[in-house]
Design a protein around this ligand. Sequence first.
Ligand code: NDP
Length: 326
Amino acid sequence: MKGVLVEKDDSGIRAELRELDEQQLPEGNVTIRVHWSSFNYKDVLAITGKMPVIRSFPMVPGIDLAGVVESSDDDRYQVGQEVLVTGYGIGEAHWGGYAELARVPGDWLVPLPEGLTLRQSMAIGTAGFTAMLCVMAMERGGVTPEQGPILVTGAGGGVGSVAIGLLSKLGYEVAAVSGRPEAEGYLKELGASEVLPRSDFSEPGKPLGKERWAGAVDVVGSHTLANICASTQYDGVVTACGLAGGMEFPATVAPFILRGVTLVGIDSVQCKQPRRSEAWQRLVEDLDLAKLETMTNEIQLDDVIETAKNWGQSDHRGRVVVSVQG
Ligand code: NDP
């Protein structure tokens, strides 16, 4: 089978597309012929070695995959069934989606939701699934469209683009934050009503500011997350899912103890099954698939390594799906 393999030696991390032996597939009771994978920020880190995402070498990266069951020892999954996997450490600790075959425990699988194609499920992928988890967390915290605008950071990226699409379809007013002024037209087409520059949020700010946001989806972290909390309305809900701007959180407790702001951490990797199924069902209902297509670019397995190397410099927007069978 063809696949991308990341190896580590004394000179560092090296990724290569090559023929792999099926015998090397990891343990698991379901083998899947992978048709589509996707490209996420974490895959860039894994392939370039910019952060130590991979926990055992050699590794097939790719934190998402969708395909057809090739063989199964799990009664819940039959040969020929369409399935997907996101998270659970695939592409990090267990071989992932950038190879023609994958083998995983049946507990990690999600049957392809009715209403989605395999390709659409990967256009959503971990990024879109995470955006949905953020929306659901705001809803659990009592946020409704009537309460005011929702701020979405890293708006031009995968999580941000899907979050804007979901929130606007659900009737929220969305303010998008982007470092790319040229993305304004794209973000407004997805449903943002205003686009704010990244620099408005990225510098150290005051413990409290004007109450602006009913909720937020933040993929950036650091000062951006601190500033968002400081300008969130009384009882508002901020969801933190990323670290594109840094891992630190240089904030004060003022928004939490004076305005009852809730900060919710979002993890897509180990998200438990009931919430996982609910999120996929909600994505079918609440995401405009035509809009999803406009935010989706397609590459081949052969392009994966180059795409990872150019990620920071390229003008990519939204989501990238990887055609694995060519
Ligand atoms: P993308 O690379 O697709 O998008 C990230 C976006 O963030 C960019 O497009 C850019 O948007 C913005 N950005 C990039 N660098 C910076 C910076 N230095 N400061 C501020 N903004 C920046 O990544 P994803 O959408 O896939 O992931 C976004 C983040 O969410 C990552 O940190 C990722 O690790 C995390 N994540 C977490 C998950 C979880 O389970 N918690 C799951 C999925 C992702 P623009 O140009 O519009 O400003």
